[in-house]
Structure formats: C-alpha cells, structure tokens
Design a protein around this ligand. Sequence first.
Ligand SMILES: [Zn+2]
Length: 227
Amino acid sequence: MLKNLINLIFPKLCSGCKNLLLKNEIILCSQCIHDLPFTLHHNLYPNEASKKFDGIIPIEFCSSMLYFHHDGIVQNLIHDLKYRNQQKIGTLLGNWYANDLKTIHEKFNFTEIIPVPLHSKRLEERGYNQVTTFCEAIAKGIEIPLNSNLLFRNRYSKTQTQKDKEHRKEVSNALFDVKFTNLDHNKHFLLVDDVITSGATLEACTRALLKIPDAKVSIITMAYTLS
Ligand SMILES: [Zn+2]
C-alpha cells in the first residue's frame, strides 16, 4: 500500500521516453526496448568503432552496444545513469550485453575488466563511476574479475565533449597511468567506457594499459556516437 502511494506521488517514468511505466516494466517501457538502436558491432569485426583506433593504437577487439543519437532513448538512458544516480541502467545494459559478449569472450579470452576511471574529485562529486554497474554485470555474465585499481587518472579535467584535435591531444597528455605488479603481466584487458565519441579517452587509457608487459587491450562501450 505504501509502495502504491509512493508510486502515485512519484510515478515511475521510462528513462527513454519519460512516459509512465506499466507495473511490469522496469527502467524502460516496452516501446523503448523495441526501439533501442543496437549496433550489432559484436557480430562484425572490424567495425566502425574499432576503426577509430586504426593506425593509432593496437587493440584486439572493440564494440559498442548501442547508437547514441542526440535526443534519443540512449542519450536519455546515459543521462539518467550519469547524472541522476540511476545505476540500475548500467546493470540492465550490462546483463543484456554480457549475453552478446559470451562468444566474443570464448574467442578472445579476456582476463580482466577495467573501467575507465573517473578522477577522484569527480568521483567524490558524483558519488559513483557511471560505468561500474555495467562492468559488474558483464564481469558476472562472462565470469571474469573486475579490476578498478590498475588504471587511474592523473589529473582533474573538466567535463568536455569537444572532438577537436586539441582535445584529443589534451586528453592523451592528461594521461591515465597504471599501478601494476608482476601479477598483472600477460593479461587481456577489456576496457569499458560509457560512450565512444572521439575515442581520445579510450586511446589514452589503452596507451597506459599497454605499458604493462605483454598486455593486450580490447574495448567495449555502452554507446557509440555517430558523427
Ligand atoms: Zn519509453
């Protein structure tokens, strides 16, 4: 009864279209689930996401789960996940994507999941890293560990999504770094971020991970920005 009352005062809305959710719907309404723009990158390699890194940095595999359109369902989902503490969205997407990634994992044999880290100051402001629940669901689904201690961010940089060369250079130089021991050698890291836009952040993270002897890096993201 209390739950009904709470629902009446704070009705649950679909993260995609902001319409009221039906009783049996969670996070997304069935129409939005039906309309989700899946990339199907995992069935196609090389693909448009992996091509971002061609000739720039060696990666083994790369795929994004969904297309990010401005004003679309995916933009709303990522916004709610990132700024409205809707961490369940990461779990939902991660559970779905883990199923798609099982055969990819059989082929590439990833050893650890590495989330792109937030700077500690940003983590303090937001209280959570928006990719954590997505990473946790995938780690569970393909049965490999999640390691949040290996890769870290050196310096605070403001939120920015510019795609210009200056930005790319800046992010690369802002530098991520790794703290590793002999036990981290010879691994295949599955690096995870929310959205690929320019690819600069993922490039900088990959550079850092490749400092580890005999490391291999693959990349997955929740969304891919069409530019
Ligand atoms: Zn909806």
